[in-house]
Design a protein around this ligand. Structure first.
Ligand SMILES: Cc1cc2nc3c(=O)[nH]c(=O)nc-3n(C[C@H](O)[C@H](O)[C@H](O)COP(=O)(O)OP(=O)(O)OC[C@H]3O[C@@H](n4cnc5c(N)ncnc54)[C@H](O)[C@@H]3O)c2cc1C
Ligand code: SF4
Ligand code: SF4
Length: 471
């Protein structure tokens, strides 16, 4: 069997491909990258015949292959200087919660605006020649993806990059760009993309030399492109007219974890937005529209990135509607830039322990440690192929109630892809609602107690915020 055939039979056919595009970007690759009909980005063979004759080495560069190195191994190569190691957040120098005090970074940012501030400084201080970050696709052609990776070489343009994009993309084109252009690059990416770039760097010395900084986005799971269509549809934009979405519009006066979705149509200029909690199918923890690969991924915080940034979901920060970033520093140059930013009064930073950094992502870690161990055991019991993980099948104890929660989350992900496709094919969103009802009702009733607890916690934060505003 060729490496290409093996990758196809294991990762791709079993739906563990996250569409990073690294395999397709190898010279003479027999793979291409597509958006499938469920709105997921995946690798697909150009033809089955080419797989049999291909001599391209793809197994060591795929983040989900069973022949590629894991995060622990790669971190020793890429982050040898880090003093500290933690079971959850991996190697690190320092952790902070913070935000940018100057300019529009925080206002236009997802949380504290830290990534775009850092990227701007990297260009200004000529530590890089190019920044590659995700951006809204300005095309009004609805057949185009809503987000794409773009290359920036002007510092003042960096602010125009996207906020958090729960939308699948690929590194395929951008890796070609890096290969064709000499110079130093920084790139933003979710953990599996940073891992894919590190794996590729082990095989491509030019890529390794050119990638000066990797800016990791902490990730609780991707969403298919169809989720954006569903959100738009509920807000009055038919999927055939959706040209833009903002997943992270902030309330001026509510805690940062309460957000607004906004969508744009190519048919009119009407402003359409709504509270996330009032849009069906956006319950993030339930797993709607999540690619299967995300349930088999054990890196929450981009352990291989030079810096990782997420939301500082701790009560003392969440109450602030402007948003606060969790920052995990691994690269000394980036650490010094943050310290300088603090001295210059550009940044507000509070030191966090690794334990506090973990607590900001506790739910995500539970799903990707305890939940993952349970899911792997199920695959093993069924004699199915699965990607090797640092978490072992059945290694972590799970009570029956939580097993059922994890089962339902998987079911919700699978069903949402199928039912929304059916809704699209029949031009009827009600099909999606009615087909999801049973499984989502079961999930909600199981989660009722925790939902009440969550509601009370949110209420406490709103009251806390009101009190702070008054004094
Ligand atoms: C799919 C997804 C899941 C996430 N899950 C979590 C989570 O579980 N917990 C958590 O704390 N935080 C999560 N985040 C991260 C969080 O939403 C913010 O991105 C983070 O707080 C950075 O905010 P900022 O204000 O510092 O960044 P900003 O200064 O606003 O900059 C954002 C940068 O991220 C880039 N970017 C946005 N989306 C993507 C993407 N999909 N791929 C590559 N680059 C991108 C933009 O181009 C921009 O450069 C997630 C983000 C995404 C995209
Ligand atoms: S995850 Fe990336 S490297 Fe692996 S099969 Fe998919 S596109 Fe190819
Ligand atoms: S959850 Fe893991 S596999 Fe899914 S997008 Fe995030 S980093 Fe990639």
């Amino acid at each position: 069997m060729t490496e290409a055939e093996y990758l196809y039979e294991t990762v791709i056919k079993n739906d563990y491909c996250i569409g990073c595009g690294i395999c397709a970007g190898m010279d003479n690759s027999p793979f291409k990258i597509i958006y499938n009909s469920y709105g997921n980005v995946v690798a697909e063979p150009i033809s089955e015949a080419t797989l049999k004759t291909s001599d391209v080495k793809v197994l060591e560069v795929c983040p989900f292959s069973d022949k590629s190195q894991n995060e622990d191994h790669l971190s020793k190569i890429y982050l040898p200087f880090n003093k500290n190691t933690d079971n959850h957040i991996g190697r690190y120098e320092t952790c902070y919660a913070g935000y940018v005090k100057t300019g529009e970074y925080r206002k236009k940012g997802s949380s504290g605006g830290v990534i775009k501030w850092l990227a701007t400084k990297l260009l200004q201080e000529k530590k890089i020649d190019y920044l590659i970050q995700l951006s809204q696709n300005d095309s009004r052609d609805v057949s185009q993806p809503l987000f794409i990776y773009k290359v920036y070489n002007e510092a003042e343009e960096v602010i125009n990059g996207s906020k958090s994009s729960y939308y699948p993309v690929s590194l395929f084109e951008i890796v070609k760009y890096i290969k064709q252009h000499k110079g130093k690059f920084a790139i933003t990416g979710v953990p599996c993309f940073i891992k894919a770039l590190r794996l590729l760097s082990e095989h491509d010395i030019e890529i390794k030399k050119r990638l000066a900084f990797t800016l990791g986005i902490i990730c609780g799971g991707m969403k298919s492109a169809n989720q954006s269509k569903m959100i738009g549809w509920q807000l009055g934009v038919h999927p055939n007219n959706l040209i833009k979405i903002d997943f992270r519009r902030k309330y001026p006066n509510r805690p940062a974890d309460q957000k607004i979705y906004q969508v744009w149509s190519n048919a009119d200029r009407k402003e359409r937005f709504k509270d996330v909690n009032k849009i069906y199918g956006t319950d993030y923890g339930a797993g709607f529209f999540k690619p299967k690969a995300c349930d088999y991924c054990d890196d929450v915080v981009a352990e291989l990135a030079d810096i990782s940034v997420g939301d500082a979901w701790l009560n003392q920060f969440t109450y602030d509607p402007k948003g606060t970033s969790l920052i995990i520093v691994r690269n000394p140059t980036l650490g010094e830039m943050l310290t300088q930013g603090l001295t210059n009064n550009d940044l507000e930073l509070t030191r966090l322990s690794a334990e506090d950094a973990f607590k900001t992502q506790a739910g995500g870690f539970r799903h990707r440690r305890q939940g993952l161990s349970y899911r792997l055991q199920k695959r093993q019991n069924n004699n199915e192929w699965f990607p090797p993980k640092r978490v072992l099948p059945g290694d972590i104890e799970v009570d029956e109630r939580r097993k059922y929660i994890y089962d339902l989350r998987e079911k919700i992900s699978e069903q949402s892809h199928l039912s929304f496709k059916k809704a699209l094919d029949n031009d009827d969103l009600n099909i999606f609602y009615s087909e999801m009802k049973d499984v989502y009702d079961r999930y909600c009733s199981l989660n009722e107690v925790s939902s009440i607890r969550l509601f009370l916690r949110k209420l406490k934060r709103i009251v806390y915020y009101d009190v702070l505003r008054k004094y």
